[in-house]
Design a protein around this ligand. Structure first.
Ligand code: F6R
Length: 353
């Protein structure tokens, strides 16, 4: 098994420079904000909804936007992970079409629909067909640097949308929040980074707890739900391992009952509870009681509380821990975190039809 205290050994497994990309996330967020601010987007008359259409690593930024805007925006933000857009999309909708590669077929299809429906569109991409189409259609394009795995480009695939909404005077104070976020990420890059030994590194400790077990990630609706979803996706794509997520309070009304049998399997679960100061006070009580119900039945429970002031820094303080833990878990399995051959295979097979 690879030694997590040996940075050279970890880097050898990582053929695509995933660790380096993670360490640079704070800088990426700053650049992403500037890219969003310099894009001119026409104001939408009588705006009724914001829709983010994308998949996988290009969709999670939409969920971050949805959660961030929930208490701040007078219109709803919806995330669409499909070929087709909901019927409510029309002239009063602002659509962000997000695809890092620019070639994801579901997103290209949704983009065409948004055009037909007369929505105001902003394309967020590093290039590909989406950049070409949008360029030809006169649709604003926020072009982000290429060369990363989409899921390592979460700053580029989220922050520019915030910047656009700020330019449209729908949000304020974003710049200061991005600055706090970049500072926090720079700080955590050291704490979670390759050079920080297991004894002082919560990301490495989590990876060791996850190894050989099934991670179950629980967040709270309206705050850390998007973090729980992100952790699951990152464990899947980076460590190539299964993981599951759910949210409080909903999981108290079904999932929590399912901790009786098969007892041997349940003993292989490692549960993470994500906490944030924005959680409803009674959700906090639910987390405590739920922990008591499952402790002793599962392999272990880790509780993590977000840090920072603004919501961006708080959400990312947790996302970042999960990102690092998932990459360390990959190395513990001897797996290269970057390539996602199964996704490439699926896209390749579909391209033949
Ligand atoms: C790969 C990844 C995937 C992609 C998804 C959509 O790193 O995260 O989830 O994001 O297959 O592709 P793009 O982002 O190019 O539209």
């Amino acid at each position: 098994m690879v030694d997590l205290n040996n940075p050279e050994a970890l880097s050898t497994i990582d053929s695509t420079g995933y660790f380096a990309a993670l360490a640079e996330l704070g800088t990426q967020c700053r650049q992403a904000y500037a890219l969003g601010r310099e894009t001119r987007v026409p104001a939408v008359a009588d705006l009724s909804t914001v829709v983010v259409t994308g998949l996988g690593g290009s969709a999670i930024g939409g969920d971050l936007l949805r959660v961030y805007c929930q208490a701040r925006l007078r219109v709803p933000v919806t995330v669409n992970r499909d070929y087709t857009l909901p019927a409510f999309v029309g002239r009063k909708t602002l659509v962000f079409a997000v695809s890092y590669s620019g070639n994801t077929e579901e997103t290209l299809s949704a983009y065409q629909q948004a055009r037909e429906k007369g929505a105001t569109i902003v394309a967020l991409t590093s290039g590909g067909k989406l950049a070409a189409l949008a360029g030809a259609d006169g649709v604003p394009v926020i072009r982000v640097p290429a060369g990363l795995a989409p899921r390592a480009a979460t700053g580029y695939l989220f922050i520019p949308m915030l910047a656009v909404l700020e330019s449209l005077e729908m949000l304020d104070g974003v710049e200061a929040e991005v600055e706090e976020l970049a500072r926090e990420l720079a700080h955590y890059a050291t704490t979670y980074g390759l050079g920080s030994p297991v004894a002082q590194n919560p990301a490495k400790q989590l990876a060791l707890n996850f190894k050989g077990r099934l991670p179950i990630i629980w967040g709270a609706s309206g705050t850390t739900e998007v973090v729980a979803q992100r952790w699951k996706g990152q464990i899947n794509e980076n460590a190539k391992a299964p993981a599951y997520w759910n949210v409080f309070p909903e999981l108290n009304h079904n999932e929590i009952v399912g901790f009786e049998e098969p007892a041997a399997l349940i003993r292989q679960l490692w549960v993470v509870i994500l906490r944030d100061k924005g959680d409803h006070v009674r959700v906090g009580y639910r987390m405590e009681i739920t922990r008591r119900v499952i402790e002793g039945k599962v392999a272990g429970v880790t509780e993590v509380t977000s840090t920072g002031e603004g919501m961006l820094a708080r959400l990312y303080s947790l996302i970042y821990l999960g990102d690092w833990a998932s990459v360390y878990l990959a190395t513990l399995y001897g797996i290269d975190p970057g390539p996602v051959r199964v996704i490439d295979y699926l896209k390749g097979e579909l391209a033949k039809r």
